[in-house]
Design a protein around this ligand. Structure first.
Ligand SMILES: NC(=O)C1=CN([C@@H]2O[C@H](COP(=O)(O)OP(=O)(O)OC[C@H]3O[C@@H](n4cnc5c(N)ncnc54)[C@H](OP(=O)(O)O)[C@@H]3O)[C@@H](O)[C@H]2O)C=CC1
Ligand SMILES: O=C(O)[C@@H]1CCC=N1
Length: 263
């Protein structure tokens, strides 16, 4: 299967790196974006094929991944619609653009369209991706896209009405989690650790804690109790964080992310 990427920015590069890690042949990946000076060096460094236009890329690929700024979706679909067929799959990773809007952009309701929300961790094959398809995608397109993206981490089927929530909890959340790691690390620097060592310590603690939540049958709150020794350091830290509104801050951040996605 030839996979084409329209847009070769941060997200497309993360997906492509994950595919290459998973031993997808670079010969099967085609890229095009607005500026050749931006995508050609990346294509050359990774042995990818290039197309001269979005339309040519659509002609060359079996699966066409739209990875541009969301506001460009109508313009790009108008450019490529002539080359879309029932045998090809249009995949959108655009935030805030629904299957209904994609269908309507070029009267494509009878063509397979799959909406995905990956996160940047697909770059190291540890992504979290949501998937939903239009009616025409149900027969086999959805399975084909899911098979490709399972190479990049976890994939979960999700009703489209929950995509905005998913954007906040998984699409944008790597940035929130990096901020938490950096905050821990800065605190370490405050107390005399080097930034590098503090970041490594904080990141490993976050990684291990996430793995514990995934592997445990307990809720995160039960796990908190296991760390909090009576009269100990952890409960002192937790209470001080909550005095400054950690849970409220996180939920307010998620509210703002969802509101932005919903437009
Ligand atoms: N970053 C992330 O973690 C995530 C992003 N997304 C979604 O992915 C999409 C891309 O985001 P991101 O990669 O961060 O954005 P970037 O700004 O990094 O990349 C945008 C890309 O779009 C290209 N582009 C602009 N105009 C055109 C055009 N007319 N034809 C073809 N390509 C064009 C740009 O090309 P050039 O460089 O040549 O100008 C660039 O390669 C967005 O819709 C976003 O919502 C979804 C989940 C996570
Ligand atoms: O910030 C953004 O809009 C994109 C979507 C999810 C992650 N990055």
């Amino acid at each position: 299967m030839k996979i084409g990427f329209i847009g070769v920015g941060n997200m497309a590069q993360a997906m492509i790196q994950g595919l290459l890690n998973a031993k997808v042949s670079s010969e099967d990946i085609i890229v095009h974006s607005a500026h050749a000076t931006n995508y050609e060096p990346f294509a050359k460094a990774n042995g990818l094929k290039t197309a001269q236009t979005n339309l040519e890329l659509t002609q060359m690929a079996d699966m066409i991944v739209l990875a541009v700024e969301p506001s460009l979706y109508q313009q790009i679909i108008q450019e490529i619609t002539g080359a879309l067929t029932k045998a090809k799959i249009l995949v959108s990773v655009l935030t805030g653009i629904t299957l209904g809007q994609l269908n309507a952009a070029a009267d494509m309701a009878n063509l397979p369209i799959v909406r995905l929300m990956p996160n940047v961790n697909v770059k190291i094959n540890q992504g979290m991706t949501a998937i939903v398809g239009n009616d025409a995608a149900q027969e086999s397109a959805l399975d084909q896209v899911q098979t490709v993206f399972e190479k990049l981490g976890s994939v979960t089927a999700l009703p489209e009405q929950h995509f905005s929530t998913f954007v906040a909890l998984a699409g944008s959340s790597p940035a929130f989690i990096y901020l938490f790691i950096d905050s821990l690390s800065r605190a370490g620097v405050k107390y005399g650790l080097s930034k590098q060592q503090a970041t490594q310590i904080a990141a490993q603690a976050v990684k291990g804690s996430a793995q514990m939540v995934l592997e445990s049958d307990k809720s995160p709150f039960d796990l908190i109790d296991q760390v909090s020794s009576p009269g100990g350091t952890t409960v002192a830290g937790l209470l001080a964080m909550e005095e400054h509104g950690l849970i409220t801050s996180v939920i307010k951040g998620i509210d703002a992310t969802i509101a932005k996605d919903r437009g």
